[in-house]
Write a protein that binds this ligand. Structure first.
Ligand code: TLP
Length: 333
């Protein structure tokens, strides 16, 4: 099977498994796991934040991150296709009493002005206060779109004087960095809180890191425990993330190249592919998905008329070519 459903499907490589097996560990609820601590310190430094916290998932990183900058009864503003409002099971409301409000975007493209226009003040007796704005980079439902640095900077500059926080869902910030060449520290300094994932393109089996000020991370540690995310000898997982940073971050460009190749083979303009995702629009998604599966290719249905294909570590060039042949056979039928 060539699995193009998501870059979350990768399996740890032999090298990664060896690093996991050899990891030095301790009880991380006591903050005594040296490998988790090493990962946290390294990521904090990489993104130019004071502190970091290892969490089990991107969802937990996002939700705690937003809670750090938004009180119950306040709102987080974001785009209508954002992962935090689309795929996180209503967690902000269900767990934290946080309201969310969304603005329809052009396939996830950050439009600072459109968001700023919707912000509601903290001191009005009638309105739900906008405490934070959530940004996603790269954008999942925007098919791997890299957010323009100018828009990120504009939003950030505005937010400083407006007392509105910025949360970055950076599950695939690595792909944005690989595609744009913008340093991770630049993306990091344009957010108050950020969640970055190791279980997507970086190929680790589990793990995300939440970034923020030292004071906020101390609070995040309490929230993580409260939510059942306090893990013990978690160094075995953190070791996989460290391994991914050293060995898989430098190769992300390959996934982007594969995505462009796939798009080209499917008759699309490869220049429209920014990172590791390709979209098939105006198709009968369930029919294509079922037939592709029968041909040995797994794809993801985003809607009744839309399919997503994601390239990653576990699919090489030959796999991409085979997938393109199978899909082409179906699309031209
Ligand atoms: N995305 C998954 C699905 O949930 C859709 C995928 O296959 O792409 N932020 C972004 C932008 C994400 O794409 C994801 C996962 C997450 C957060 C959540 O990460 P996890 O799954 O670790 O909670």
């Amino acid at each position: 099977m060539i699995d193009l459903r998501s870059d979350t499907v990768t399996r740890p490589t032999d090298g990664m498994r060896k690093a996991m097996a050899e990891a030095e560990v301790g009880d991380d609820v006591y903050a005594e796991d040296p490998t988790a601590t090493e990962l946290e310190q390294r990521i904090a430094e990489l993104f130019g934040h004071e502190a970091a916290l290892f969490v089990p998932s991107g969802t937990m990183g996002n939700q705690i991150g937003m809670r750090l900058v938004c009180e119950p009864g306040q709102e987080v503003l974001g785009d209508a296709d954002a992962h935090v409002v689309t795929y996180e099971m209503g967690a902000a409301a269900a767990i934290f009493g946080i309201s969310t409000r969304t603005v329809v975007s052009d396939r996830g493209r950050l439009d600072a002005d459109a968001l700023v226009e919707q912000v509601r003040p903290r001191d009005d007796w009638h309105l739900t206060a906008t405490a934070a704005i959530a940004v996603e980079n790269t954008h999942n439902r925007g098919f791997g779109r890299v957010q323009p640095l100018g828009e990120l900077q504009k939003l950030w500059d505005w937010s400083r004087s407006a007392d509105v926080a910025v949360h970055l869902d950076g599950a695939r910030i690595w792909n944005a960095h690989a595609a744009s060449g913008v340093p991770l520290a630049t993306y990091g300094r344009l957010a108050d809180t950020a969640s970055v994932c190791f279980s997507k393109g970086l190929g680790a089996p589990v793990g995300s890191v939440l970034l923020a000020s030292a004071e906020r991370i101390a609070t995040a540690r309490l929230w993580r425990k409260r939510l059942g995310g306090g893990m013990r000898q978690v160094g075995v997982l953190a070791a996989a993330c460290l391994y991914a940073l050293d060995h898989h971050l430098p190769r992300l460009g390959e996934d982007h190249e594969h995505a462009r190749l796939l798009a080209e083979r499917l008759g699309q303009d490869p220049a429209t592919v920014e990172t590791n995702m390709v979209v098939l629009d105006d198709v009968n998604a369930s029919l294509i998905a079922e037939a592709a599966k029968a041909g040995g290719v797994l794809v993801s249905q985003v809607s009744a008329r839309r399919i997503r294909l994601v390239t990653h570590l576990d699919v090489d060039r030959a796999g991409i070519e085979r997938a393109a042949d199978v899909l082409n056979g179906l699309l031209t039928r």
